[in-house]
Design a protein around this ligand. Structure first.
Ligand code: MD6
Ligand code: FE
Length: 218
């Protein structure tokens, strides 16, 4: 018997999809074979559009470091949360989305019951031990009929999955290297977050977790 929580190199033990809601699930290990390629892509993206700590409209510095690729990138400052065609740090277009990223996202969406998902934006989140992401909804995308596909790489994390209302009961799910979460439809506006990342070291990412969330933003 091995303990996934205690083995920082581990991927999830079972590959059975985990149902989070009527239209939300975790595809265990779906991206594990493609992880090295995805991480090489993240390095290239970060070389052109550096990881940065965005400031919320309320003036708080976000603990998670972020960058983007695709035709639209998510950003935040005193003017609000929004998608932009250019990286505010450089004034240049965001790095293009690698073809292998888009393919993975549509395959995962399809496996979760969403046909024809074509992302135009990837938000890349980087967590180090101690970093958390507070409960939030993803609602800045134009058309909420499209699902979101979220890929976890590197150190494991505890995902919080709540309801449509902020005060609804929150479930906790462990996410491991290579896991993919897909949600949309009736579950598209559920609150979610990441608990503070535990200490650790992963052979591919070191002391970090990388999360890719694929969206159709425009
Ligand atoms: C994360 N993910 O896993 C943060 N949002 O690091 C998200 O905020 C998220 O995983 C929308 C859909 C899926 C997600
Ligand atoms: Fe989110």
């Amino acid at each position: 018997m091995t303990s996934p929580a205690g083995d920082l190199f581990a991927v999830a033990e079972s590959r059975a999809p985990i149902v989070l809601g009527a239209q939300a699930c975790v595809l265990r290990g779906f991206a594990v074979d493609r992880a090295p390629q995805l991480l090489a892509g993240v390095e290239a993206i970060a070389a052109a559009a550096a990881f940065r700590h965005l400031v919320t409209p309320g003036g708080r510095r976000m603990a998670v470091a972020m960058t983007c690729c695709g035709t639209l990138g998510w950003t935040s400052d005193a003017r609000g949360y929004r998608y932009e065609r250019a990286d505010p740090l450089t004034g240049h277009a965001w790095p293009a989305m690698p073809g292998s990223f888009a393919t993975l996202a549509s395959e995962a969406a399809q496996a979760a019951g969403f046909d024809g998902f074509v992302p135009d934006s990837v938000l890349v989140n980087r967590y180090v031990p101690g970093t958390k992401l507070s409960l939030h909804q993803d609602r800045d995308e134009c058309d909420l009929a499209h699902p979101i596909v979220s890929v976890s790489l590197g150190l494991p994390a505890t995902f919080q999955f709540g309801g449509d209302a902020r005060g609804d009961r929150v479930a906790r799910i462990a996410l491991f290297h290579g896991d993919v979460v897909v949600w949309g439809g009736v579950d598209r506006l559920r609150h979610h977050g990441i608990l503070p990342l535990a200490d650790g070291h992963h052979e591919l990412t070191g002391a970090a977790r990388i999360n890719l969330t694929f969206r159709r933003a425009g």
